[in-house]
Design a protein around this ligand. Structure first.
Ligand code: PAF
Length: 289
């Protein structure tokens, strides 16, 4: 595996692959790799000749500077994992290398960014789009791999691809969960042991919601999830004053991402959640229909 930190070097490796008519799979990451990322890499490995994995904590997608400062950075361990996972190129640029000039581009995505993460993280999706487009320009992939945990991000990247008209196949990969159900995330590493033990209740509550959706209205299911998490520490007393603080739980159309109030419709229904626990913001999603 080649470890590349310069954009010119990546462009050269990509040009060589193109000359050989090799297909390229890109897995964009911010590092602190876990099994979720490895599942994307394994899928990319199966479907492409050359697998490029970027490891770059993109400062312009963080609207909260504390979150950026605390984001886990484990580049050496990441490169070891990438080598084992069969990546061909680990692209690990510095911020200066990625953004030699101040970033002036702002992307807009209309209604799909006006819900859930959008209003709560101003500028986040534009920052994601800027870095993803830059990675697309550099790696020129045939396919790009994203995890469904960041469900809204996938819709944003799909919309970006429509805006810029790049012929890249977006491959959305299912969430990978720990044995106890917690969605794998780089942020899980920041949970205390007690918080980590409590965190699986998020997915358990979402599974309850899926069961309830057989008999109950959308609004009742939505309210159930919020109430169950908000009162969790009262029903199950926790050490260290741990409690869930849900930021949102929305049941939305799986394509337009607009909140729905019926289970029936042209498209499927997904539930997306963001919850604070122990100073860490966790997100998850489930499919209802
Ligand atoms: O999902 C992530 O890890 C990031 O948002 C991404 C797509 C790598 C862009 O920085």
């Amino acid at each position: 595996m080649q470890i590349i930190d310069k954009t010119a070097q990546l462009a050269q490796a990509v040009a060589q692959a193109k000359e050989r008519h090799q297909t390229i799979g890109l897995v964009p990451t911010m590092g602190a790799l876990h099994e979720g990322h490895l599942s994307l890499i394994s899928r990319a490995r199966q479907e492409n000749d050359l697998v490029v994995v970027s490891v770059f904590v993109n400062p312009i997608q963080f609207n909260n500077q504390e979150d950026l400062a605390k984001y886990p950075r484990t580049v050496e361990a990441d490169c070891r994992l990438l080598e084992q996972a069969g990546a061909d190129i680990a692209f690990v640029p510095t911020v200066e290398e990625m953004y030699p000039e101040p970033v002036a581009t702002v992307y807009h995505f209309g209604p799909i960014e006006e819900v859930m993460e959008g209003p709560r993280r101003p500028g986040h999706f534009s920052g994601v789009a800027v870095v993803v487009r830059r990675l697309f320009d550099l790696a020129q992939p045939d396919r790009a791999y994203f995890g469904e945990k960041d469900y809204q991000q996938i819709a944003i990247v799909r919309n970006l691809l429509e805006q810029i008209k790049y012929p890249i196949e977006l491959v959305a990969c299912p969430i990978v969960r720990a044995d106890d159900g917690l969605a794998l995330s780089s942020r899980n590493a920041r949970l205390s042991a007690n918080a980590r033990a409590m965190a699986p209740a998020i997915y358990q509550t979402l599974c309850q919601a899926v069961e309830m959706s057989e008999t109950d209205d959308v609004d009742d299911v939505r309210q159930y999830v919020l109430d169950a998490l908000e009162s969790y520490h009262l029903v199950n007393p926790q050490p260290d004053d741990l409690k869930f603080e849900p930021e949102y739980f929305e049941i939305v159309d799986d394509t337009t991402l607009q909140p729905v109030n019926t289970w029936q419709g042209e498209h499927g229904r997904v539930g997306c959640i963001a919850v604070w626990l122990n100073g860490v913001r966790l997100i998850d999603m489930v499919r209802f229909r």
